[in-house]
Design a protein around this ligand. Sequence first.
Ligand code: NAP
Length: 239
Amino acid sequence: MKSSVLVIGGSGQIAQAIIAKLLSDLTADSIVVVSRSPRPDSFSDVVWYQSEYDEASIGKLSMQFYDQQRSFEKVFICIGILHDDEVKPEKRLEQLTAAAISHVININTITPVLWLKHLLPVLKRSDLCQVTIFSARVGSIQDNQMGGWYSYRASKAALNTLLKSTAIEYGRRAQHVKLLAFHPGTTDSPLSRPYSANVPNDKLFSPDFVVDRLFAILKTLPNDGELSFLDWQGQPIQW
Ligand SMILES: NC(=O)c1ccc[n+]([C@@H]2O[C@H](COP(=O)([O-])OP(=O)(O)OC[C@H]3O[C@@H](n4cnc5c(N)ncnc54)[C@H](OP(=O)(O)O)[C@@H]3O)[C@@H](O)[C@H]2O)c1
């Protein structure tokens, strides 16, 4: 079987730092990436698939990975939006719309879990597979001191809930898979840039720094069949 690493959402800033690290470490036989965008020239050694993340496409790609006998040792689901042409993080209840909440939840919550649904047969045959799903501290209900950002907070809180149920079911059906809901800290990227002006320099991380931290955490993460919710320091975050 081929030992592969899968990166979903490959055009993102943190995802690109993950791919660059994987390419420099040379630990995986192959690096498989899925993105809505085409492969950049700098990643010519990467197996790259384009997808719009509709369920049919997620199912088809997962089946392809199965037929290719792929055994993923690591999966990174990097998908997530805070703002785009349609939505901005809400400061007040008056800014909240059903369309915005549903748009953000569709991308941040439903899409990652559809991947976990369709990848199950592939992940089942790994000896050990660590799946990192990018969550966020603002998805913690207990940690919410400031309010606001209704759609984004709700999308990550709901993501964590779905991941918890997935971890319980994976514990029965794919015992060698470890799920990590990861908070990278405020990281310089298109997602954070419009909102990071007041973040002190030492609290605004580069994608490379965050990815180094994540890989260090993965080295010591126990394969205990539980969902972990950890920050970039490896510290647990309250649910
Ligand atoms: N940056 C931060 O400060 C920060 C803090 C906490 C948590 N996070 C989380 O970390 C993850 C990566 O964020 P990033 O900072 O690397 O952001 P980014 O550079 O803006 O990357 C955005 C990611 O979301 C995907 N995406 C964007 N629009 C989408 C859409 N309409 N439908 C489906 N997928 C879409 C992209 O995948 P494609 O390759 O398909 O375009 C890409 O993987 C996100 O889950 C984010 O919530 C980031």
